[in-house]
Design a protein around this ligand. Structure first.
Ligand code: BGC
Length: 896
């Protein structure tokens, strides 16, 4: 009895002791590798970075040390880690911590755990075990050969190839991995079911330089006896129609498949099935043709009968074969039909209520041999028929021909459409159309939602929704200008203006990094950057477009703290700046071909009124400054100095040439964008910026307080007015209802961002159809100001990745509240405000391991700020009042 009591006491004591060690109870969460990968299969990076969140339950403020353990099996963790044990590292780093263990190999499965010490030096419990498995990292891993049907296809047609292989399995399968890529688009079917959930695989890269491979676990799809592996290959971006006019086959004529299925049996033996001469091929099957621009034609009656040999190429080619470094396109949502109309006899129009990208899945009764035609449109003509002019030459039509009578369910495979309306024709007479006949299937690169914005203003909320849908519609493996007409390419200018906003909406770091890889691959030898990436046009060198090479890496770096982005793209930036230098005379670009301030309203041409040389010089200076800043971050001190001096020289030249002493634009027409670039890029000193801003305001006033900006000026107009001390004017423009403005398109029914401020109006109908996309994200760049100033959550470039950030709302009338939430690399951050009877309240959430500065909105003198009944001591800095915040949730009351 006594003995029992003693041991119980000891146990209790031990438990108490244990509790004392582990009071930082909550473990690290959100374990990711590289840019946001959770437990990936077919992972691309043999030298990965690790990230984790500290718990956000208030139990911990910051990390003072960590320990990472990495092993070849889960049961070795945490104490027998055989790949790497970092030991205790005294560091606050919890984001993108570099792996320093035993080099990793293709196919390797890796398990890891992490633990941290908090601000009181208390160790946390270990995290759950995370894992990843590498894909095939080197060409020598491949035993497969490139295959396609023996006969070549017609270069200007887009048939779909079928490839088939049967193989036997006579033992029990322990594990199976299927590694695959294509020159073109592939879809695989194993024993009757689709392999994986990726669409438009392997995506669009600079194919001559890099082909992404995908990895699937197919163990559950294999069976004993005969197995049937069937592949479809579409020409897609590789060999189909893409680019301007009638361009086919940018990269090649015929799609090809490279596939390797590695099977491990429970008895320890293994086998490999690869693409090789043992396959059969045909330009045949139910998909008669499939084209990204023109749509897909499906005849269910057609099965492949004329199987032939395959063409085999054992030379893997010059392009790198590497696991896809970001998520593939997936189905992310399905939209139901809102209404059905019949504007013409037998043509039924289904309205999904939202402009979207993907396709319509049809689910309808048919009779044998009947052909259903599916057409798409973003808008309707006044008579209710489809408005198709803005698709230009993209046909965007699907047809389905039935093999049997009955209810069919069908969707296309290798094409996509930008649309809100779906028209069905060729239906059975006398059937009343049903809403369930059509489903809008939304497809885009799979990204985790990062930020939300919400306010008291319905139209502002609609604008945020339009921005997000603009992103969803145009992040289909690469950032595109538009998803519907005969274009859909990676326009660099659009991308650079929208990049920052896109990172607020979604965690798309990995997506951008991949695209920058293609940009590096496709940069011209003289340093110019192509207009579109991947380069399908062979044209390059427009200022404001090619500067995506500096601007995108920098914006990503500021929002993630990922210095690798700067390191990887540094040479590309250098070469671009070098090209500008080669074009400049005494720091000025005097002649350059440019898209200009594209689609500026009331301009003579699409290229706007701001002269190309002014834009060229401005972007030269800005890119040189980013290069200098990047060199500083990368500790390349000599470069940093040299490029800072170069940027300075160009700024001087710019200021001297274009401005008079009163900072009025003189050597060029006065345009809003001329002033905006000078101020936003800090091409003139702070005092001069103030003077220039006064001229800008005059121009805005002369335009009856409307913007007169195109693609390049628009992203800057609100931030510049705000910073220069005109926040009310910025709000007025943001909330303006008349043309040109953001709400103008909403008043005309927009559910996405439009290419033109007046792509359509109730009064005047449709804009110039040659350039009239209803899903063009560029003007959605305003989302950045909404997040960072209306709601008030902004990164700090000096402590990137939200290590430190600002809560800096600028409340504006008539809004009574606004709020943003954002998943920073460290945890969830919030900035919100509300105006009430007793003044202004501000809500702030600061994640663990970060700090924030509240910049208190004020009109005039020092405000009083109360939090939890306590008056807070503010710090006065020039014209603003600040409060330093440590991790936690806050509710402040502000009174003037
Ligand atoms: C695209 C744009 C692009 C522009 C270049 C257009 O056709 O749709 O968004 O940036 O060309 O000026």
């Amino acid at each position: 009895m006594r003995a029992w009591n003693t041991s119980l006491l000891l146990l209790v004591a031990a438990m108490l002791l244990g509790a004392a060690i582990h009071t930082a109870d909550a473990r690290p969460t959100q374990l990711t590798v590289a840019a946001g990968f959770e437990n990936p299969l077919g992972f691309h990076d043999a030298a990965p970075n690790f990230s984790w969140w500290l718990p956000q339950d208030g139990s911990v403020q910051r990390q003072t040390a960590y320990r990472l353990v990495v092993a070849t099996s889960a049961d070795r963790l945490p104490d027998r880690a055989d790949l790497w044990d970092s030991g205790r590292v005294d560091s606050s780093d919890s984001v993108l911590v570099a792996y320093e263990g035993t080099p990793l190999k293709s196919r390797q499965r890796v398990y890891w755990q992490v633990q941290y010490w908090d601000e009181n030096d208390r160790p946390s419990p270990w995290s759950e075990t995370a894992h990843f498995e590498l894909g095939l990292l080197s060409k020598t891993d491949w035993r497969a050969k490139w295959i396609r049907p023996k006969t070549k296809s017609h270069p200007r047609q887009e048939p779909v190839a079928s490839l088939l292989r049967h193989f036997e399995i006579d033992r029990e399968v322990a594990a199976a991995r299927l590694y695959v890529t294509a020159r073109g688009l592939f879809e695989l079917n194993l024993n009757g079911s689709r392999v994986g959930d990726a669409y438009f695989a392997n995506g669009w890269t600079s194919y001559h330089n890099r082909l992404d491979t995908l990895t699937y676990d197919v163990a559950d799809q294999l069976k004993s006896g005969d197995n049937r592996l069937y592949a479809r290959l579409g020409k897609g971006w590789y060999a189909g129609r893409i680019g301007w006019q009638d361009q086919y086959g940018v990269y090649g004529n015929d799609p090809e498949l490279l596939l390797q299925l590695e099977i491990l049996f429970t008895d320890g033996s293994s086998t490999v099935v690869v693409s090789d001469e043992n396959w059969k091929g045909a330009w045949d099957g139910p998909i008669i043709s499939s084209s990204i621009y023109d749509g897909e034609h499906y005849d269910a009656r057609r099965q492949v009968t004329n199987w032939e040999e395959v063409n085999v190429d054992s030379n893997l080619g010059p392009a790198q074969l590497t696991p896809k470094p970001f998520a593939p396109v997936r189905i992310t949502q399905k939209l139901d039909v809102k209404t059905i109309t019949e504007p013409q006899p037998g043509r039924f129009v289904f309205d999904l209520g939202q402009n979207m990208v993907g396709w319509a899945r049809i689910h309808i009764p048919v009779i044998k041999d009947q052909t259903i035609t599916v057409r798409y449109a973003e808008m309707l003509n006044p008579d209710g028929t489809l408005y198709l002019d803005n698709y230009r030459t993209a046909k965007s039509i699907n047809t389905y021909t039935a093999a049997e009578s009955g209810l069919i369910e069908w969707e296309p495979t290798f094409t996509f459409h930008g649309f809100r309306y779906v028209e069905l024709s060729g239906l059975l007479d006398g059937l009343a159309p049903q809403k369930r006949w059509v489903t809008g299937v939304v497809l885009h690169t799979d990204m985790q939602k990062a930020g939300t914005f919400e306010s008291s203003h319905d139209k502002l909320n609609q604008l945020q929704s339009n921005i997000v849908w603009g992103q969803r519609g145009n992040f289909l493996d690469i950032p595109t200008d538009c998803p519907q007409r005969d274009e859909r390419m990676g326009w660099t200018g659009d991308a650079q203006v929208f990049c920052a906003t896109s990172m607020f909406n979604y965690d798309c770091l990995a997506f951008w990094k991949s695209w920058l890889g293609s940009m590096r691959d496709d940069q011209e030898s003289d340093g110019r950057v192509p207009h579109v990436i991947p380069d399908a046009l062979s044209r390059a060198g427009s200022p404001g477009w090619q500067d995506a090479a500096t601007i995108v890496p920098w914006k990503l770096y500021v929002r993630t703290g990922d210095t690798e982005i700067l390191a990887r793209n540094y040479e590309m930036m250098k070469r671009l700046v070098g090209w500008y230098r080669s074009q400049a005379t005494d720091g000025l670009i005097t002649e350059i071909t440019a898209f200009g301030d594209w689609l500026q309203p009331y301009a003579e041409t699409n290229r706007g009124d701001t002269p190309a040389p002014l834009i060229g010089t401005a972007f030269y200076a800005y890119s040189a400054q980013i290069l200098a800043d990047s060199a500083r971050v990368l500790k390349r001190d000599e470069d940093a100095e040299r490029y800072a001096a170069e940027a300075d020289f160009v700024r001087q030249a710019f200021a001297n040439h274009y401005f008079d002493a009163d900072m009025k634009l003189t050597n060029a027409p006065e345009t809003q964008t001329g002033y905006l670039l000078a101020i936003a890029f800090e091409l003139i000193g702070p005092d001069d910026q103030e003077k220039a801003a006064a001229h800008l305001v005059r121009l805005v006033n002369e335009a009856d307080n409307h913007l007169r900006t195109g693609f390049l000026g628009t992203p800057h107009i609100l931030p510049v007015l705000d910073q220069a001390g005109y926040p009310e004017l910025a709000y007025e423009l943001l909330l303006k209802e008349t043309y040109p403005s953001w709400f103008y398109s909403i008043n005309q029914g927009a559910t996405t961002m439009w290419e033109r401020w007046n792509s359509f109006s109730h009064e005047n109908g449709f804009g110039d159809a040659s350039m009239n996309s209803f899903n063009h994200y560029a003007y959605g760049a305003v989302g950045q100001w909404m997040a960072e100033r209306v709601a008030g959550l902004a990164p700090d470039p000096r402590q990137p990745g939200y290590r430190h950030f600002y809560i800096q709302p600028q409340p504006g009338t008539p809004l009574t509240r606004a709020r943003a939430e954002y998943r920073t690399p460290y945890g969830l951050a919030v900035s919100g405000w509300k105006k009430g009877a007793d003044g202004l309240t501000i809500e702030a959430t600061v994640p663990p391991n970060t700090t924030a500065t509240l910049v208190v909105p004020t009109e005039g003198g020092m405000p009083t700020v109360i939090e939890s009944g306590q008056r807070q001591e503010l710090i006065q800095r020039k014209d603003r009042f600040e409060l330093s915040l440590t991790p936690g949730h806050y509710n402040f009351t502000v009174t003037p």
